[in-house]
Design a protein around this ligand. Sequence first.
Ligand code: TRP
Length: 336
Amino acid sequence: MESPKTDKKKIAFSGIQATGSVHIGNYLGAIKNWVDMQEAHRCIYSIVDMHAITVRQDPKALRENTLRAYALGIACGIDPEKSIFFIQSHVHTHAELTWVLNCFTPYGELGRMTQFKDKSQTNADNINAGLFDYPVLMASDILLYQAALVPVGADQKQHIELTRNTAIRFNSVYGNVFEIPEPLIPETGARVMSLQDPTKKMSKSDDNPKSCVALLDSRDAIIKKFRSAVTDSEAEVVMREGKDGINNLITIYGLMTGRSVAETEAEFGGRGYGDFKTAVGEAVADKLRPIQEKFDDLMKDKGYVESCYRKNADRALQFSGRTLEKVYKKVGFLAR
Ligand code: TRP
């Protein structure tokens, strides 16, 4: 029986939204870390479709994107036997714990979330209660699994802080029900910037498609995008303040090939930017090829993918059900 604390490994939980195509920034900044963490941690990962509907979604596209993101996660190396990898809406404990935690989260604290304030501006015609409550659903995701670590981007730090506050508040009333989680935020080196404006984070919603490389882009498209990457007017491949474009390319090259900054600088010393950009494009395409092949195989074998997410939903439910049961008992719900 899977339970929150069967072995000594620390539990890590993270979630990703699947509202469009996954890009190399998501891969290098999040998914690759998730894959690498599977050895030393007990990992639980989720495609958070319930978070996705806080902004209006086309149902058919959401369904397709969810399936594709799940398959892509496996293709990238998330192991659905070793880790628990599930789709959020398949596991009803998440919505249930959210209700209870809503009653332990102050309105004022939710109103201070910068992501809520930003999204209220970009979705001014649909500022719904779910958008406001988004961090409580996220807290439930994490707390249900007694996670000690939450690998996330820096933009999610405030939500983890709220999760901790809510858990501490609940524990102070009812005893130690929840583990208090810590965020695990990658150093700035792992932040992948736009290829067209290297002062901005790479984003799938960028207007210029050349700024962003999707994991499923063709080899040709990848190399073309890197060849047209914005750099500077010098000709030296070195990591240095003010060379945002080159710094970004050195970072990407390093993360994709395992080369250190010094190795990259030595390899391309005295050669022009053209050579370097092509080499980065080729390295990225080489690294992505096996992921793309695995993804194509999985999409041809949907029965297998379905069997994975079904089994993993059962595992997640069993695991999270114990926490929810404890919470229900503590708050005084009569056992049925
Ligand atoms: N809000 C996170 C993001 O946009 C996604 C997410 C949902 C998440 N639930 C989570 C991340 C739980 C970590 C843990 O990136």
